[in-house]
Design a protein around this ligand. Structure first.
Ligand code: DGL
Length: 248
């Protein structure tokens, strides 16, 4: 494996871009490929078997095409269901997953923490099982939110009525929020308008883990390749990705 090979990010849609940006800040000369499986999104309401098959079939196809040195499941849902299978399938590639940042929120001493994640993450993430009876945690799965973020990224304010409708009931009842889905990080500011409390996500820590685990690249061309599995969304993905990259 060549040090200049790419790092491949995978998510059902735009959410993983929130993690990709953190990694890009640390690895400026690195080639990245970002794959969004719009054709099959959202993942969070699908069955374990469906998610596993989608993750593996996509990764097999894109690893063949791009030969990455590292695979990042930039999706809590895909990680919860499929990270073990991905590690077994791609033994020679560094595989990094994404988990809800519950531990940092607990360590910071918060007493009522709202954990927002998809249904599939709540059901299948092994770590979450340890927390199911923890009195400090309230789990909530806003099933439509990831899809709405994908559709309305360029006009996030349009999401305010929905975000307000689903989260207002927690006002004054929680003192921190864990954003346990990479899509939710993209609407952190909109969520803050309803719940103005400290928010936790794992993106920065995971980006550091990626940087630590891959051999440094000095590739001259560090242009990011964006791939949407739904051809009709290819331009949209490039537009959003390049827009976000401007701040890096
Ligand atoms: N971005 C994803 C996550 O972190 C999944 C969203 C979805 O497709 O439901 O869980």
């Amino acid at each position: 494996m060549n040090d200049d090979n790419c790092i491949l990010f995978f998510d059902s849609g735009l959410g993983g871009l929130s993690l990709f940006l953190e990694a890009k800040k640390l690895l400026k000369k690195q080639k990245f490929v970002y794959v969004a499986d719009f054709l099959n999104s959202p993942y969070g309401t699908k069955s374990k078997k469906q998610i596993k098959n989608l993750v593996l079939s996509n990764l097999i196809q894109f690893c063949e095409e791009f030969s990455p040195k590292c695979l990042v499941l930039a999706c809590n849902t895909a990680t919860a269901v499929a990270v073990d299978f991905v590690r077994k399938t791609f033994k020679n590639i560094v595989v990094i997953g994404t988990e809800p940042a519950i531990l940092p929120a607990l360590r910071a001493g918060f007493k009522k923490i709202l954990v927002l994640c998809t249904h599939a993450t709540k059901e299948h993430n092994k770590l979450l099982r340890n927390y199911k009876n923890n009195q400090k945690l309230i789990f909530y799965c806003p099933n439509k939110l990831a899809g709405l973020v994908d559709e309305n990224f360029l006009n996030k304010e349009k999401l305010m009525p929905y975000i307000s409708k689903i989260l207002s009931k927690f006002k004054g009842k929680v003192d921190a929020v864990v954003l346990g889905c990479t899509h939710y990080v993209l609407v952190k500011e909109q969520i803050r308008k309803v719940l103005d409390v400290p928010m936790f996500d794992g993106n920065e820590a995971i980006a550091k883990q990626i940087a630590k685990n891959v051999k440094k690249s000095n590739s001259k061309s560090s242009k990011t390749v964006f791939v949407a599995t739904d051809e009709n969304k290819q331009k949209y993905l490039e537009q959003v990705g390049n827009f976000l990259l401007k701040d890096v």
